[in-house]
Write a protein that binds this ligand. Structure first.
Ligand SMILES: N[C@@H](CCC(=O)N[C@@H](CS)C(=O)NCC(=O)O)C(=O)O
Length: 277
């Protein structure tokens, strides 16, 4: 697996770098970013899964995570949100296709050939990171925003030995019953809802998938997507019933933007550092 480094910047004593490689899983070139803190490592590895329309750059450019990741000695990996390219299926809408891969493996055409973001991140990209960066792969955590916050929770619930910490900013929590999720699941997984449960955080907890990790969720009360697409209260209810440790906070006045993510980024990084130490 050849890795091409596209950019590299020194930041808060560490290094932010952007890399491209040919993915066997997606069958496309894939780009991702790594923030490596100063020092020799090995460092705990924290995966950040971004939301709709994003790539590696949104969180690295807008959240200000480098200062605290540097202080805490956390390595942060930011994958893309979908395969991309002229030969990759797409849709004109912002919430389907390129930039909106929903961290699943599609079974339906025209998506099935390239849209395999869960397998890509959990197998190929994880091996590639282990080989090329000084991460401690025994200490991995996962977090994310919106579609990526939901991806992070499903990754943690389905791989409790792999991820020892988990948090999310304004995640979708019950995709099967909200418009963003229903649209994506019908397209990627088909109309048969029995195929959806494996990719729905609420359904996963309901069917007995839990993690030792204490999940942290922050959602803004002024987030225009909260009542229609995010519904943190549904996830809170199933976690309480299942005994899944969860701190779900509602933040007065905050919306869905990276101004909100940046505000609570330090809390989330400290949450992961504590769990991964
Ligand atoms: N109004 C947005 C909807 C998508 C959106 O809000 N995306 C969020 C994640 S779900 C985001 O982080 N956007 C990029 C950014 O703010 O940098 C659009 O049409 O682009």
């Amino acid at each position: 697996m050849t890795l091409t480094t596209k950019s590299e910047w020194k930041s808060f004593g560490g290094t932010l770098s952007v890399h491209e490689h040919e993915s066997k899983v997606t069958g496309t070139p894939m780009t991702f970013a790594v923030y490596s803190p100063p020092g020799d490592g090995p460092f705990p590895v924290l995966w950040y899964l971004s939301g709709l329309t994003c790539n590696w750059s949104n969180v690295m450019e807008k959240s200000g995570l480098q200062r605290i990741a540097s202080e805490l000695g956390l390595m942060i990996i930011a994958p893309d949100t979908s395969p991309r390219g002229d030969n990759v299926a797409n849709d004109d809408a912002y919430d389907l296709g390129q930039g909106a891969g929903f961290y699943l493996s599609a079974t339906q055409e025209p998506w099935a050939q390239h849209y395999k973001m869960d397998e890509y991140i959990l197998s190929e990209l994880t091996r590639l990171v282990a080989k090329n960066f000084n991460g401690d792969m025994e200490r991995q955590g996962v977090f994310g925003h919106s579609m990526g916050g939901h991806g992070a929770i499903t990754f943690a619930l389905k791989n409790p030995d792999h991820f020892k910490s988990c948090s999310a900013f304004s995640p979708i929590t019950s995709p099967s019953v909200v418009p963003w999720g229903e649209k994506a699941f019908i397209a990627y997984l088909g109309k048969d809802k029995s195929a959806w449960a494996a990719y729905d955080a609420t359904e996963l907890v309901r069917s007995g998938h839990t993690t030792e990790a204490h999940i942290l969720i922050d959602t803004g009360l002024a987030d225009d997507f909260r009542e229609v697409h995010l519904k943190p209260e549904i996830f809170k209810g199933v976690c309480e019933a299942a005994g899944q440790k969860l701190t779900s906070r509602l933040q007065e006045g905050y919306d869905h933007s990276y101004y909100f993510v940046a505000t609570f980024m330090e809390d989330h990084l400290r949450w992961h550092a504590e769990a991964l130490k």
